[in-house]
Design a protein around this ligand. Structure first.
Ligand SMILES: [Zn+2]
Length: 76
């Protein structure tokens, strides 16, 4: 789905964090992340800060792609 932060430029895909197996949604343009597929801006975070908070290096290699450009799941 389209990123709500950088608009038409970014594609948000579903990833699994290799170390924690947590699933997150990350924009490939602005590195904004979300915990839910509704992309609620109230719950958006910076990918670098997220990885740091988990004690992980800031590296896309920490993430395994689960689903490229999944559909938005509105309203949770
Ligand atoms: Zn973006």
């Amino acid at each position: 789905m389209e990123c709500r932060i950088c608009g038409e430029y970014g594609t948000v895909s579903r990833f699994s964090v290799r170390e924690t197996r947590d699933e997150i949604f990350v924009c490939d343009e602005c590195d904004t992340g979300w915990l839910h597929a509704d992309l609620n801006n109230d719950f958006a975070f910076d990918l670098g800060e997220y990885l740091t908070s988990k004690g992980l290096p800031i590296d896309m290699g920490q993430l395994d792609l689960v689903e490229f450009d999944p559909p938005l799941e509105p309203g949770k």
